[in-house]
Write a protein that binds this ligand. Structure first.
Ligand code: ZN
Length: 569
């Protein structure tokens, strides 16, 4: 009786079947699904029914039919795999959309390809226009070297150019941009950044972290309308990939206001949990965050989708790719050991105030020095502010990336109750260059998912898109395979740190919900929780590892509403 369609979920309105007298009819019922609930009391099911955005039934098809009434939409899942709504615990949504809308350098095969793409942009630009792109990564190039201003100057002598590496922590500027920024041979490195130089001492054009800002601050900001278009485009792409919720890893106050408006008017169909990006004590929006955070949490439950802002994002060091990650010992393949971007006293003052006010702190820490330093600072803060003096007793503070950790520091995440927020895809991108940066011995505590879980920590998994693609299937695959997309792993990549499929599923569902204080009302398929579902063509829990990447999102459901449905073809 249902319309059948092998690639798309068919849904029909049932006009005649009456609901069982003891149950008010559901608004939507999903039948014949291969449902994984992430609820240990009832791990598997075939059917889900929802009303007013919340799940009212989980069980078999026969039981679900009792919830079908005259106006109930019935979705026939045809055996498709149904999971609790996936959450990206670390994403820069504006960047995801901007990558589509602006100059995208993803997939650049080498410097000739980079220059060919740049020449196209230069030809289309007006004199003096800035050309800003993002997404190149040199590690797969032959040779794997950073591009230089001299490369760029051959095709862009007049327009100022800044092209970000995919990690966003480094960028190459051309001669015109360097001149406008006053970056000459005499320029000094800013705190927390480097102006890379050739053997002759001349800047090569390659800038990392705070040195990028010297050029960045000259670029006219995109108009507000364009930024909002990027947010909407990013959310559309995310719904199509099966994400139901995003945790924004640091945004300025004006972007948070845009997010609120776009979710309220329905332009963004996802749940948004967002952190204000901290720059310094005068950061706009900081005072509002401190006064509103505790209330934002109390208000966090329920449907429909909404924006919750109660976290503060701090960036403590750079990234491994551009050698800004702060290490205990120097890099093996270049001088230096990275840098820290903030001093202890500044952070301690900020953190104690945050803990009192109920603000959740999430700090970017990649290198083993940065990770040790942030655990030290969190520990000191927790000791200084006893639970009775906190607006919310349990801080659930996070370390974003927790990427290279001295094995001695790994158990501190559990003992301090600090949540590692990690990106499985980083491990399968970095396996191509991390060994040459830091060597096998220091990789022992790197991307150490299994060790952290076995020690009792939970891991909130995210993609860090647009640094990575931002696809839950890639994150799931990376977590269980710990191999790149071609299946390559390489020696000394600690395959034992891959996780079980059950843990990978938790990393994308209930654990990020916990990391946002949302586990009581979402993150698993249970009666009473929000009806957030991610439905895929393949069963991620049983399909061969190398077939995981072929899974297609069929439907994304947020609060019982269909945010994306794969078109029939
Ligand atoms: Zn990030």
């Amino acid at each position: 009786m249902y319309a059948r369609c092998p690639l798309a979920l068919a849904s029909i309105l049932l006009a005649s079947t009456a609901g069982c007298a003891s149950h008010p009819a559901a608004e939507i019922v999903y039948l014949n699904g291969n449902v994984y609930t992430v609820d240990s009391r009832q791990p598997r099911a075939h059917a889900v029914a929802a009303r007013e955005g919340r799940i009212v039934y989980v069980g078999d098809d026969a039981g679900a039919r009792a919830f079908i009434g005259g106006a109930t939409e019935v979705v026939e899942c045809e055996g498709a795999a149904v999971y609790p709504g996936f959450t990206d615990a670390h994403v820069h949504l504006e960047g995801v959309g901007a990558r589509e809308l602006r100059f995208d350098l993803t997939g650049t095969t080498g410097i000739p390809d980079l220059l060919r793409r740049l020449r196209e942009r230069v030809d289309a630009a007006r004199a003096g226009d800035w050309i800003v792109g993002r997404g190149w990564i040199e590690t797969g190039w032959e040779p794997p070297r950073f591009p230089t201003r001299f490369d760029l100057d051959t095709v862009a002598p007049e327009n100022p150019v800044l092209l970000y590496r995919s990690d966003g922590h480094g960028a190459v500027a051309n001669g015109r941009a360097l001149a406008l920024a006053g970056i000459t041979r005499a320029a000094e490195d800013p705190r927390g950044g480097a102006v890379l130089r050739g053997e002759d001492g001349e800047p090569t054009g390659m800038l990392t972290d705070n040195a990028v800002a010297l050029v960045e601050e000259l670029i006219p900001r995109a108009p507000a309308a364009e930024r909002r278009r990027a947010l909407v485009a990013g959310a559309r792409i995310y719904a199509e990939r099966g994400w139901t919720a995003v945790q924004i890893a640091g945004a300025p106050a004006e972007e948070l206001a845009d997010l609120r408006a776009l979710v309220a008017d329905g332009s963004i169909p996802l749940r948004v949990y967002a952190a204000l990006l901290y720059a310094d004590p005068a950061t706009p929006g900081l005072a509002e965050l401190f006064s509103d955070a505790a209330r934002a949490r109390a208000d966090g439950g329920g449907t429909p989708a909404r924006v919750t802002v109660r976290a503060l994002k701090v960036v403590l060091d750079g990234a491994l790719g551009s050698r800004g990650a702060a290490l205990l010992l120097p890099y093996l393949d270049a001088p230096g050991a990275g840098y820290l971007l903030h001093g202890d006293e500044e952070l301690l003052e900020l953190f104690t105030a945050a803990l009192r006010a109920g603000v959740q702190v999430e700090t970017h820490a990649i290198g083993d020095l940065a990770n040790r330093r942030i655990l030290d600072l969190y520990e000191r803060t927790f000791a200084l502010v006893p639970p009775t003096e906190r607006a919310i007793p349990e801080p659930r503070w996070r370390v974003e990336h927790a990427q290279i950790v001295d094995p001695a520091d790994l158990p501190r995440f559990r003992s301090l109750g600090v949540i590692p927020s990690m990106q499985p895809s980083h491990a399968i991108s970095d396996l191509h260059f991390a060994p040459s940066r830091i060597g096998a011995e220091r990789l022992r505590g790197a991307y150490a998912w299994r060790s952290l879980i076995e020690q009792g920590s939970i891991i909130a998994a995210g993609s860090d898109a647009p640094v990575e693609v931002g696809n839950p299937i890639i994150e799931f695959y990376a977590a269980v395979a710990r191999r790149d997309l071609e299946g390559y792993q390489g020696p000394e990549w600690y395959p034992e740190q891959a996780v079980s499929r059950e843990d990978a599923l938790r990393m994308l569902t209930i654990w990020p919900a916990f990391a946002a204080f949302e586990e009581e009302w979402r993150g698993s398929i249970e009666v009473g929780k929000a009806c957030d579902l991610s439905i895929f063509s393949r069963d991620l829990m049983t399909v061969d590892t190398d077939l995981i990447l072929g899974a297609k999102c069929l439907m994304t459901v947020v609060g019982g509403k269909i945010a994306y449905r794969r078109p029939r073809n």
